[in-house]
Design a protein around this ligand. Structure first.
Ligand code: HH2
Length: 299
């Protein structure tokens, strides 16, 4: 894809009309080979982990997680992101089999209901198994650094969310440093995207990875650079939901209490051209985006 003026930061007054496209190399459950939407769409989060930072241990049984995912779709999520490994700072890794045991039945249950599912994993084997269960795309917080992940996505005709992370979750928040955070992260994402597309991945979504090896200042600079990243022509995903940098800025200790801070960050990103917002709270985001879009251009 080439840069498109509709994604330029100067087009902030048209953010809610800007069209975004995600191409698939195989048909989605309803037969379509692309998703098309205007403005910022919502990716709802279903974490089937005992230890996620804001919502771990929420589900006793896979059917509860499927029901939660279906609720997110009813509330307006375009995609449901299913994850089986916490990547919060300091989290211990989970092995492939354990992660598959957590996510595969939830992925299959949602796919059976016609939901567009992304699997949030950095493990090629887990991604491959989830794609075989009908997941539509892969959300790789390791930013496709494992070449086998690129191969898995290309073979399945699945788009990839390429997220930037400095190091790994165990160590990423220990004194993160960049020469120029926006330039470094952008450079990484564009190079990874180019490699993936050249290898046959049908399309990519770019994500700066808020909180993944970033200080508060780094996160704020990256959020403000959403428009510049979007100008490269790939859909941009922003995931600020409940993150600790928002807690630091707004003075809110508990992640689940950070909805107000999350909405402010995500509306800002939407106005700068974000195509997808990864959120725990879909309904409040739907409301906020609807009002922001209705107000646009009326002042
Ligand atoms: N953030 C988290 C997990 N996956 N994927 C993308 N693309 N972007 C993000 O910002 C992102 C992500 C962390 O949030 P959460 O899933 O709620 O927590 P945990 O990793 O503890 O399960």
């Amino acid at each position: 894809m080439t840069a498109d003026a509709t994604f330029a930061p100067a087009a902030a007054d048209r953010w809610h009309e800007a069209e975004h496209v995600l191409r698939f190399g195989r048909p989605l459950p309803g037969g379509a080979v692309e998703l098309r939407w205007r403005g910022a769409a919502l990716m709802g989060v279903v974490n089937v982990t005992p230890d996620s930072f804001s919502d771990g241990g929420a589900f006793e049984h896979p059917r509860d997680a499927v029901a939660a995912g279906l609720r997110l779709v009813e509330q307006g999520a375009l995609v449901v992101d299913v994850g089986g490994e916490s990547t919060r700072p300091g989290a211990a890794p989970v092995d492939d089999d354990e992660e598959m045991g957590r996510v595969l039945s939830v992925v299959a249950g949602l796919v059976a209901e016609g939901v567009v599912v992304s699997v949030d994993t950095r493990k090629p084997r887990v991604a491959e198994a989830a794609l075989a269960e009908g997941a539509a795309l892969v959300n790789d917080v390791a930013g496709l650094r494992d070449a086998r992940m690129v191969e898995v996505c290309a073979n399945a005709g699945a788009p990839a969310v390429v997220m930037h992370m400095l190091g790994d979750p165990r160590t990423m928040q220990a004194d993160p440093r960049y020469d120029d955070v926006v330039a470094d992260v952008t450079g990484y994402l564009l190079a990874a995207a180019e490699r993936a597309l050249a290898a046959g991945v049908p399309s990519v979504v770019l994500d700066v990875g808020l909180g993944f090896g970033k200080t508060v200042e780094h996160n704020l600079a990256l959020l403000n650079a959403t428009g510049a990243l979007a100008a490269h022509g790939h859909p941009v995903l922003v995931g600020a939901s409940r993150k600790s940098f928002l807690g630091r800025v707004a003075g809110v200790e508990r992640p689940a209490d950070r909805l107000g801070a999350t909405l402010a960050a995500h509306l800002h990103a939407a106005r700068l051209g974000a195509a997808l917002l990864r959120v725990h709270d879909v309904e409040p985001h739907r409301q906020a985006l609807a009002v922001a879009a209705a107000l646009e251009g009326r002042a």
